[in-house]
Design a protein. Structure first.
Ligand code: ATP
Ligand code: ATP
Ligand code: MG
Ligand code: MG
Lengths: 507, 364, 306, 346
């Protein structure tokens, strides 16, 4: 433990409409694990992207090993011994592990690839740090957890002295998290210094030597696990005491609204993603589906909402079987869907907010008559939702792309809740959204439930599942491996289920 | 509100800049190739707009409208495709099929009053174009075959079919391979006595433009098409049948191209020759790009191209400049339109040198 | 001398047919290879037709001026690469929709070459590139002796395959076309890779264009490439963006074409006007059958923005 | 796509009757306008050759001449009108594509003199102010056929033709009848370019491939009549051994590359330039009158080009037979079989 290897001084970065980093000071000592804690949108990734040369800071200096450096591109960063495991993985699915690892750092004479020798080094690194991986496997065939190992190997292969991990645990089960921590400690022992980004308090407390908290692009303070506790960190992060529990009355489940029978769905890679799943959701209850990302939740949701054709099984809404792969049918039957991928499915970026707020209804009265649009009504409706859901937008005709992430998400939620609905399918409803919006969206979802809608909630955030659901289903490798009553369930047992560990005696 | 200004700064200004820049560069090319751009351009303007009609010659401007008519209709069809993210490079083929169909109806069906025969002949062209384009649309929708390639292939097939029909089954009994003349009842009449050729097709074209405007800005179908074009995944999520939309759009696009073919033959030729257009379908892609999906813009672009096509003859006659220079002008135009950035950067580097001086003059 | 199809089918000299088809495939395959480089790096390239046409003209003109087919070839290929560079600038720098850019450049090329042909004329005839006998296949009656560029085409197929799958450049190209962000974070200059590949594509198209004016006929006429660039694209897609299958796909077009020629020569009682569409019909059908199963580079058509 | 059914024009050919008498300069300068079909002035083909004739007239009679190239078929009438309006004395239109518009124009402007290449108007309502310049392509082809039929050793002769339009069909039929006439049991091969075989009259690759097909079938004399498509055939023949080619329209010895010269047996000529030249001359001499003028063997409108480098390869017997046929065609004792055929293409 000793002298600072990295110092970031007075870093400022602006994006259109956002001050992502506001005069940030951040330093890292050799051989330490320094956690960077902050809410979604706090500016963590941006700060690290600047360090890694993906962005240029508007102001500020970076000092590495006592020398001032300017990092124009990842190339420079790599040359300076910086490695980064990105929040969204940067592996080429169609290439093998080895090819991915050596990409950009290839060896071999006359530009002819040499794969044998790198392969050996990869195996060696894997051994040293407990990162087993088959160097010849295609990345697209690897589970997320293993893909992350490849990312880390990539960094070590380039002899990274400073390793940045951007929310590495988001895609891991509690046990995998433990393994990751082992690996990190092993690296520290070998003198690697680590920046560990997260907004999960427990993990930070467990792994970090130091903790720096970001809020809305500013450093709100630095501390150590010794002198801090979760509650303190939480309020530092959010800026006020947070209530980890959404207050809601106990559910009064009514008749079955959604019933899924023996559903079998293939993934894009033509692998079985959902394997014979059956469950029901009743009116007036929120059923949460917990599970590590990539265990079939996305495909399940797509199958239910008609975006993807299941190869087997039925989806019934209020007793009526829904035709496969026909979103229109689901919508007309009273299903609303907050999609996991907002930008791909949730909105048409360049279209005005007003259009995006009537995306699935513009063709029917009152918004249209005899095939003609009634812009007046469409705009009125938009203005109403903007007020009701407090969407921050100059007016209803701006392209939705010009709104901040949180407000885009609020718009999607507004659209989906503004129709008479029997079933709400909410996939990662609060991803990438600031805490204020999170609470707001949670409240709305509960309201929908109390208004008698059935709600299917899919989230990778265990806390969100725990606090919002009435019933919890856990998905693992395409199966539902357990069901719990939210009032009695504990994080621990859900965590175990997420790894496929079914405890005896559990229902 | 700002919509108008947005149109102006968003699309109109760059388009106009592109045209001016293109004329400039083409002028340079003329100088290099040893001819006089001033003379050429003024002759072009003369031949396209100014020369009055005489007993022996139609009014220049009316002739420009005649040339602009097919451009307008075709460009509307192509723009429709663009809106849905479809690249209908097969306009030429659909034009041919449309012409073939309406001429066939024009001379095979006999003894109908004009108010039935003419619409029938037009409809035949529209339907033919629609069906021909639908092949590509259907392949795109059901088989994901890139229409960029399939429409091109369909062009060659269309040439062959037309050529075969005109040389074989539909050939008239003269020396030149062509169909018989259509019945008078199927003729799309001219608006003025000869030598003027201005015909009702112009109004059909304008009607098409108005229809296009309403479709795109007022109808649910239009919005649906735009949504599919901008983000087909979200469109699907919103319950829009994307493939069906592709099919419909392609069909409509083809319908317009077919109409263009019908108008050309029913109004101007009144029979079908083997070679009845040369690249209208392709030039119209340029017109559509220049028009930037806005019906007014498209109309203006069509007028411009019509003017160039019409003025070219007189330009060659009086200035002796090969009228193929027109192709160069058009080539430059669309390059700048396609990448407004290029035009802008060129102009800016210019301005940069020019503005300060102007500022000084201001002070003085 | 009307004969029935079956009679003709037995009479046809198939080895010869193959040779004809192979030769006719040359420009198509060059276009396909051009497309492969460009699109493997993520840039849709439908401007190949225009690049071939440009090269065809410049090859001719330069060969006449320098009175050397070799200098003609060099200049022509260069001109195609310039056009490719333009495609790069428009679609990489200015991020214009790549299909639009391609279409535009096709129109551009047609316009410019047409004009130059008119003002500079095309009276003189250009010197030819040689035909060549390949050592091993020399003795095969007609397969043995092929235009130089046909051999080059076969060579390029091998070379392209090697470069794409066995070299650093190939690895980077594929990475850039699949997930540019990954390449970027690994220190690869994404847009540089794309520019270079688009220009290699131009080079290939340039070689294809040369075939028209330096092998077949010693003069240029407007639009003489008549859509072969697009057939090359079809071959590329059909060949799933890999060289050798692209050749086979091209043959799928040229064999029927050669066959149609033989049918007419032997007077098969079918309207040759319609028979001559056979290759196009087949191309469409195969495209329709195959695209679903082909997998374009994931980032194809998407400009890279950090 | 532009049909230009023939091969390049060429500057000032030898062996053409150089005009002797110089017409006295008329008081008012005579103006001649030429409108091309969608082919261009230097299409190395019949537009070019028509223009060539006009320019010769300019040199010889000091008339003034201008040309307009049409971009679209719909421009024909417009471009004609441009000349009408400028009171041009003679307007020459080129190609059967312009047949209908020229007739229209002629009816619209009865006092305007027209001449049109490759088109004739028959029947009583044929316009009186148009000189239809027709050619007996069949005779030209017939002569080529005679030579081919006699020169072939393999007894297989071939033909690569452009799109099947009247002039091309007449060339082909005449050629094939010519072969049969001298060599009844020769095998005759021939292909028209299909409308989908690339650009009409402009797909040398296709032409080359078809020539190869025929050589592979044993053809050792091949007639190439199809613009650039045909030229592709000739160039291909030049690459083979012991195969002879026959060109079309002009003496292609002067218009194609050196390699072709050594295998170019002759060319079936169609003197478009001569026709337009004479048309202008008739106006200059004040001798212009409407109706069809057929350019055939009797007035040097068609004929065979010299054998050039192959002179000594052509035996006397062949020359004698050829001479005999020429006489026969002249005095009508020999027929090509296409006399008075309205549509040679069926
Ligand atoms: N490329 C960009 N363009 C515009 N705005 C951006 C961009 N990248 C980030 N932002 C904005 O900057 C702010 C900080 O984003 P950043 O990704 O750094 O937050 P974060 O702490 O990493 O959040 P998360 O926990 O969700 O990863 C957010 O408001 C985000 O919307
Ligand atoms: N390889 C290709 N070569 C030529 N044209 C192509 C090719 N791939 C697609 N196209 C055409 O280019 C246009 C854009 O195709 P593209 O697949 O990029 O659409 P897209 O909506 O961007 O797809 P995605 O959303 O999956 O990226 C389409 O008209 C398609 O027909
Ligand atoms: Mg982040
Ligand atoms: Mg794409």
């Amino acid at each position: 433990m000793g002298e600072p290897i990295l110092q970031m001084r007075n870093i400022t970065k602006r994006f259109p409409g956002v001050l992502a980093n506001d005069h940030i000071f951040f330093d890292l000592n050799r051989g330490e694990i320094h956690a960077l804690l902050g809410e979604n949108g706090a500016g963590k990734t941006t700060l690290m992207n600047i360090f890694y040369g993906l962005y240029q800071p508007d102001e500020g200096e970076i000092w590495l090993n006592g020398r001032r450096v300017t990092i124009h591109s990842p190339k420079d960063a790599i040359a300076l011994g910086i490695g980064m495991v990105h929040q969204h993985f940067t592996l080429v699915p169609t290439l093998s592990v080895t090819e991915n690892v050596i990409l950009g750092a290839e060896t071999g004479r006359f530009g002819v690839l040499d794969l044998a020798q790198p392969r050996q080094r990869i195996l060696a690194i894997a051994r040293d740090y407990g990162l087993e991986v088959d160097p010849d496997a295609l990345v697209k065939d690897l589970p997320v957890g293993v893909q992350q190992r490849v990312e880390i190997i990539k960094a070590l292969y380039r002899n990274a002295q400073v390793l940045i991990l951007d929310e590495p645990t988001a895609v891991l089960t509690p046990l995998e998290v433990e393994r990751l921590f082992e690996t990190l400690r092993a690296m520290v022992r070998r003198g690697v210094s680590i920046i560990f980004i997260s907004h999960k308090l427990k993990e930070v407390m467990a792994i970090a030597d130091r903790i720096t908290v970001l809020r809305q692009g500013r450093v709100v303070g630095s501390t150590t696990p010794a002198e801090a506790d979760e509650a303190k960190l939480a309020s530092m992060m959010v800026g006020r005491p947070v209530m980890l529990q959404v207050e809601k009355l106990p559910a009064q489940p009514g008749e079955v609204v959604l019933s899924v029978r023996d559903l079998r769905v293939m993934s894009d890679r033509r692998a079985v993603a959902v394997d014979g799943v059956s469950f029901e959701v009743r009116a007036g209850e929120i059923v949460g589906i917990a599970g590590v990302e990539g265990n079939g939740q996305s495909e399940l949701v797509e199958a239910i909402t008609g975006l993807r054709a299941p190869v087997h099984g039925t989806v019934m809404l209020c007793g009526q079987p829904l035709p496969h792969a026909l979103p229109r049918a689901a919508i007309d039957a009273g299903m609303s869907h907050i999609p996991e991928d907002r930008h791909k499915y949730g909105m048409v970026a360049q279209q005005p907010l007003a259009v995006n707020l009537t995306l699935s209804t513009f063709h029917q009265p009152p918004f249209a008559q005899r095939g003609l649009l009634r812009w007046v009504t469409i705009r009125e409706h938009a203005r109403r939702l903007i007020r009701e859901f407090d969407i921050r937008a100059p007016h209803e005709l701006v392209p939705i792309a010009s709104l901040s992430g949180g407000n885009q998400q609020k718009s999607v939620v507004a659209r989906e809740l503004s129709r008479p609905l029997k079933l709400l399918v909410a996939a990662q409803p609060t991803r990438g959204v600031d805490v204020g919006s999170i609470e707001f969206i949670h409240k709305r979802i509960v309201q929908a439930r109390d208004a008698g809608a059935a709600v299917l909630l899919v989230s990778a955030e265990l806390d969100e599942i725990m606090s919002l659901s009435d019933r919890i289903l856990v998905m693992f490798k395409g199966h539902i491996v357990g069901e719990r009553d939210a009032r009695t369930a504990t994080r621990e047992e859900i965590g175990l289920l997420m790894m496929g560990r079914v405890k005896e005696g559990a229902a | 509100m700002s919509a108008r200004r947005l149109f102006w700064f968003g699309s109109a200004a760059p388009a106009i800049a592109s045209v001016l820049l293109a004329l400039l560069l083409a002028g340079l090319v003329m100088v290099i190739t040893g001819s006089d751009p001033i003379a050429a351009y003024s002759a072009l303007v003369q031949g396209a707009f100014l020369r009055p009609g005489t007993a022996t010659r139609p009014t220049a401007f009316f002739e420009t409208l005649v040339s602009a008519t097919p451009y307008l209709i075709l460009a509307l069809g192509i723009s429709l495709g663009f809106a849905a993210g479809l690249f209908n490079i097969g306009a030429e083929g659909q034009l041919y099929m449309g012409a073939l169909a309406s001429v066939s109806v024009g001379f095979l069906v006999k003894g109908l009053p004009w108010f039935i025969h003419l619409p029938l002949a037009l409809a035949a062209g529209v339907v033919a174009g629609m069906l021909w384009a639908s092949i590509a649309g259907w392949l795109k929708a059901t088989r994901e075959a890139p229409e960029v390639v399939t429409t091109i292939m369909l062009n060659y097939i269309a040439y062959a079919v037309v050529n075969y029909m005109v040389n074989g089954p539909l050939r008239h009994t003269g020396t030149a391979p062509r169909t018989p003349d259509i019945e008078p009842s199927a003729v799309l009449p001219t608006l003025l006595p000869p030598p003027e050729r201005l015909h009702w097709g112009l109004f059909l074209a304008i009607a098409a433009a108005v229809g296009y405007y309403f479709l795109m800005n007022r109808s649910t179908l239009g919005l649906r098409i735009r949504l599919v074009g901008e983000n087909r995944h979200a469109a699907r999520y919103a319950g829009i049948n994307v493939n069906q939309t592709y099919l419909i759009t392609m069909a409509l696009s083809g319908a317009l191209c077919g109409l263009a073919g019908a108008v050309e033959v029913l109004a101007l030729y009144r029979y079908l020759p083997t070679e009845f257009t040369v690249g209208y379908g392709f030039d119209s892609i340029a017109v559509a790009l220049l028009g930037q999906g806005n019906p007014v813009g498209i109309a203006l672009a069509a007028l411009l191209f019509g003017a160039m096509a019409n003025g070219a003859g007189y330009m060659q006659f009086s200035a002796g400049v090969s009228n193929y220079i027109i192709a160069v002008v058009q080539a430059f135009i669309i390059v700048f339109v396609a990448a407004p950035g290029i035009a802008r950067d060129l102009l800016v580097s210019w301005w940069a040198r020019w503005l300060p001086r102007r500022a000084k003059e201001g002070e003085a | 001398m009307i004969e029935s199809i079956t009679e003709v089918l037995v009479r046809i000299d198939y080895l010869f047919l193959l040779a004809t088809a192979l030769r006719a495939s040359t420009p198509i395959v060059f276009a396909a290879l051009g497309g492969i480089f460009s699109e493997r790096s993520g840039v849709i390239n439908i401007a190949l037709e225009g690049m071939m046409l440009t090269s065809a003209y410049v090859c001719y003109k330069a060969a006449v001026i320098f009175n050397s087919p070799w200098l003609g070839l060099a200049t022509g290929v260069l001109s195609a690469m310039v056009l490719a560079l333009l495609h790069g600038v428009i679609s990489i720098r200015y991020r214009t929709n790549q299909v639009v850019s391609g279409t535009v450049l096709n129109i551009f090329a047609a316009g410019i070459t047409g004009f130059l042909f008119r003002v500079l004329g095309a009276q003189e005839s250009a010197p030819y590139l040689p035909n060549m006998n390949m050592p091993l296949v020399r003795d095969l009656p007609l397969l043995g002796n092929q235009p130089l560029l046909t051999w080059v085409m076969l060579l390029m197929i091998a070379l392209t395959t090697f470069v794409l799958f066995r070299t650093r450049w190939g690895l980077r190209t594929r990475a850039v076309g699949e997930l540019p962000r990954a390449a970027d974070t690994a220190g690869v200059a994404v847009n540089r890779v794309r520019y270079v590949n688009v220009m290699i594509g131009g080079m290939m198209a340039g070689l294809g264009g040369a075939f028209f004016t330096l092998h077949t006929v010693s003069s240029f006429t407007p639009l003489m490439t008549s859509g072969q660039g697009f057939i090359g694209l079809a071959a590329m897609i059909f060949g799933n963006w890999t060289p050798l299958p692209a050749l086979l796909a091209a043959m799928l077009f040229t064999v029927p074409q050669a066959l149609a020629g033989q049918f007419q020569m032997f007077g098969v009682p079918l309207p040759y006007q319609l028979i001559s569409t056979l290759p196009y019909v087949l191309t469409i059908i195969t495209l329709a059958g195959v695209v679903r199963r082909s997998t374009p580079p994931a980032a194809l058509g998407v400009p890279y923005v950090k | 796509a532009v049909p230009t059914p023939s091969a390049p024009a060429q500057p000032q050919q030898p062996g053409q009757p150089a005009p002797t008498e110089q017409a006295a300069q008329p008081a008012k300068k005579i103006k001649v306008g030429l409108v091309t079909d969608v082919g261009s002035l230097d299409d190395r083909s019949f537009n070019a050759s028509a223009w060539e004739g006009v320019q010769r007239a300019v040199r010889d009679f000091g008339v003034e001449a201008k040309a307009i190239e049409s971009k679209q078929p719909t421009d024909y009438i417009k471009n004609i009108q441009t000349f009408v309006n400028e009171e041009y004395d003679l307007i020459i239109t080129v190609g059967f594509l312009m047949g209908d518009d020229t007739r229209k124009a002629a009816e619209m402007y009865p006092n305007q003199k027209f001449a049109i290449v490759d088109v004739g108007y028959f029947g009583e309502n044929a316009p009186k102010n148009v000189m239809g310049l027709l050619f007996a392509e069949d005779q030209s082809g017939f002569l080529a056929g005679v030579v081919a039929g006699l020169m072939t050793k393999s007894n297989v002769v071939g033909g690569v033709y452009g799109l099947a339009i009247p002039p091309v069909c007449r060339f082909r039929k005449g050629y094939e009848n010519g072969v049969k006439f001298v060599n009844p049991n020769a095998r005759i091969l021939g292909v028209y370019q299909g409308p989908a075989d690339g650009t009409p009259f402009n797909n040398p690759q296709w032409g080359a491939a078809r020539a190869r097909d025929q050589m592979n079938e044993g053809a050792d004399v091949i007639f190439s009549a199809g613009g650039t498509t045909g030229n592709g055939g000739l160039e291909e023949i030049a690459k083979a051994q012991g195969v002879l080619g026959i060109g079309v329209d002009q003496d292609q010895y002067y218009t194609l590359s050196e390699n072709v010269r050594k295998i170019l047996l002759t060319s079936a000529m169609k003197r478009v330039d001569q026709a337009t030249y004479l048309a202008v001359k008739s106006v200059v001499d004040g001798a212009f009158q409407g109706g069809n003028r057929v350019f055939d063997i009797t007035n040097d409108g068609i004929g065979l080009a010299p054998f050039h480098e192959l002179e000594d390869k052509v035996p006397q017997s062949v020359r004698d037979k050829l001479q005999e046929v020429i006489e026969g065609l002249k005095n009508g004792t020999i027929k090509t079989g296409l006399e008075g055929v309205a549509n040679p293409c069926e």
